[in-house]
Design a protein around this ligand. Structure first.
Ligand code: ATP
Length: 309
């Protein structure tokens, strides 16, 4: 696990308070974050915590604000109000040591087009005290990236792979990836996800990545967070959500009976015709058996996405 350790040289006078201690235990923490573009609110009183070693897939419809959220988390955008901390430091005022612990793959990177991949990696290497040459060389050769071609002339998928190599090279403790696999072919996606899993298992890296490719989420057993109406509407382990979230229909009386019988939490109800309703329910325990299993069948990932985002 990679929570910040309080150094052995810490004196009593500089010991963190309990509130500071709590902040240090998070890789990232956002509290009451609001951000608008002009009149258009995108993040609304958003709270979110990333704990060390968590791997979180960030889901949300087009325009929900995923890129905005990830940029805000990294301190690249300033919220109009609220607080964003990375490893216990304000995201907008990180020191070099914390900066070096973060890896970021933006959705689109148009910088350094005139560089070759070799030049780009040499340039970044000079900034980082920690640089895993063996990992870089392994990835470059497995992904067959042309090292001496100008980046502007690489394909979209090759540029994305290079961006991923760059972000993994310094063994970050927090890895933020904005649709990192969008331009990758299925082989590239599988390789990348394998690399991601290895990172996490070996180093306990905290990883957050946005994606629209739901099948990719299933390859790595991790948490999913749904961004909806400017907030993290729900975050939970994917397998738990698939077991616990169910949709049902019936009358309000039937709902009351069902809730009592199954101790289910009602997440949303939508009126239908003829006094009937549609419910989104969260069950406290799984698996369901018998009649209840037929009444409330499990949802696949796409249905979950439709319900929650
Ligand atoms: N620089 C900007 N100026 C004004 N509006 C913006 C800006 N960037 C994003 N927006 C708007 O903010 C909203 C959220 O955009 P954002 O790119 O964060 O969403 P997203 O969830 O990442 O979308 P997608 O899934 O399509 O990549 C959108 O309505 C978008 O049009």
């Amino acid at each position: 696990m990679n929570s910040v350790l309080i150094g052995a040289s810490t004196t009593m006078a500089s010991m963190p308070t309990s509130a500071e201690h709590l902040a240090l235990a998070h890789s990232a923490q956002l509290r009451g974050v609001n951000l608008s573009y002009g009149e258009k609110p995108v993040l609304r009183q958003l709270d979110w915590q990333l704990l060390p070693g968590q791997v979180i897939g960030l889901l949300g419809r087009n325009g929900a604000g995923k890129t905005t959220l990830l940029e805000t988390l990294l301190g690249l955008r300033e919220p109009s109000s609220g607080e964003v901390q990375l490893f216990g430091q304000p995201a907008q005022r990180l020191d070099d040591a914390v900066r070096a612990r973060i890896g970021y793959v933006p959705q689109q990177s148009t910088l350094f087009e005139a560089f070759t991949a070799r030049q780009l990696l040499a340039y970044f290497k000079s900034f980082y005290p920690r640089w895993n040459e063996a990992k870089v060389e392994g990835l470059l050769s497995r992904w067959e990236l042309p090292l001496d071609q100008q980046i502007g002339r690489l394909s979209g998928g090759q540029q994305q792979r290079l961006s991923i190599v760059r972000a993994l090279a310094h063994d970050p403790d927090l890895l933020v990836l904005d649709e990192p696999v969008a331009s990758l072919d299925p082989v590239g996606r599988r390789d990348f996800l394998r690399e991601l899993v290895e990172q996490v298992l070996e180093r306990g890296t905290t990883v957050v990545f946005s994606t629209h490719i739901l099948s990719d989420l299933e390859r790595v057993a991790f948490n999913v967070a749904f961004l909806r109406e400017g907030r993290i509407a729900l975050q939970a382990p994917l397998d738990e959500l698939q077991e616990q979230l169910r949709v049902g229909t019936g009358t309000p009386a039937e709902l009351a009976a069902l809730q009592q019988r199954l101790q289910a939490e009602l997440l949303r109800r939508t009126p239908l015709d003829a006094g009937r309703e549609r419910w989104l329910l969260r069950l406290p325990q799984a698996p369901l058996a018998g009649e209840a299993a037929r009444e409330l069948p499990a949802m696949n990932l796409e249905d979950l996405f439709m319900e929650l985002s």
